[in-house]
Design a protein around this ligand. Structure first.
Ligand code: ITT
Length: 200
């Protein structure tokens, strides 16, 4: 089976491809479809946005598509940046501009009140109309300053409490065992395997 990963975010595409290694799927990315423009993220939820991206890409390519809509919810900010995580500091903001804004907003907030979580909604769509959603979350604490070089997005400011380091400081492959995206992809994997069994 051939499947398109419906994301323009290279960090996400890399993690999804790594985690799905070993499944009998040929993965293609949007780098092979540079003309595709993803629909604007107008939804109020990760689920809605993921569904819109997967459906749009399945319709344009004719291939099954897997889209990821994700973001960071911070309790002290009533769940912000949430669905606006990618555009928090402005429409074309860099990862660094986004997390620097977050750190400014949390200035003076003590560590025990800096809890939050990453959320991921994965949507799988086929041209013939199948739509499935898989979700995962990842609890942590927002650091007072960035640490580490790995990952992408808010990883340098997201502390994994059990490890005492930020996600950007984790060793190779460690994030892919515990992240919101890994949890959602595990459910997607189970779905594909169950479906394959039913067919055979
Ligand atoms: P696509 O829509 O093309 O998939 P995007 O980056 O615009 O790419 P989203 O709208 O889902 O995707 O935004 C997700 C943002 O949330 C992302 O840009 C990061 O800033 C943040 N984010 C999501 N998952 C993350 C992770 O694993 N580590 C760090 N930051 C993450």
């Amino acid at each position: 089976m051939k499947m398109v990963i419906a994301t323009k975010n290279r960090g996400k595409a890399r993690e999804i491809a790594d985690i799905l290694k070993g499944l009998p799927i040929e993965i293609v990315t949007l780098e092979e479809y540079p003309a595709i423009v993803l629909p604007p993220e107008t939804g109020e939820t990760f689920r809605e946005n993921a569904r819109a991206k997967a459906r749009a890409v399945a319709e344009v390519t004719g291939l099954p598509a897997l889209a990821d809509d994700s973001g960071l919810e911070v309790d002290a900010l009533e769940g912000r940046p949430g669905v606006r995580s990618a555009r928090y500091a402005g429409e074309n903001a860099t990862d660094r501009e986004n997390y620097e804004l977050l750190l400014r907003e949390l200035k003076g907030v003590p560590l025990h009140e800096r809890g939050g979580r990453f959320r991921c909604a994965l949507a799988y769509a086929e041209l013939e109309g199948i739509d499935e959603i898989f979700e995962g979350s990842f609890e942590g604490v927002i650091a007072e300053s960035p640490e580490g070089e790995g990952g992408f997005g808010y990883d340098p400011v997201f502390i994994v409490p059990e490890k005492g380091v930020t996600v950007a400081e984790l060793g190779p492959g460690e994030k892919d065992k515990i992240s919101h995206r890994a949890k959602a992809l595990f459910l997607f994997r189970e779905f594909l395997i169950a479906r394959q069994k039913k067919k055979s």
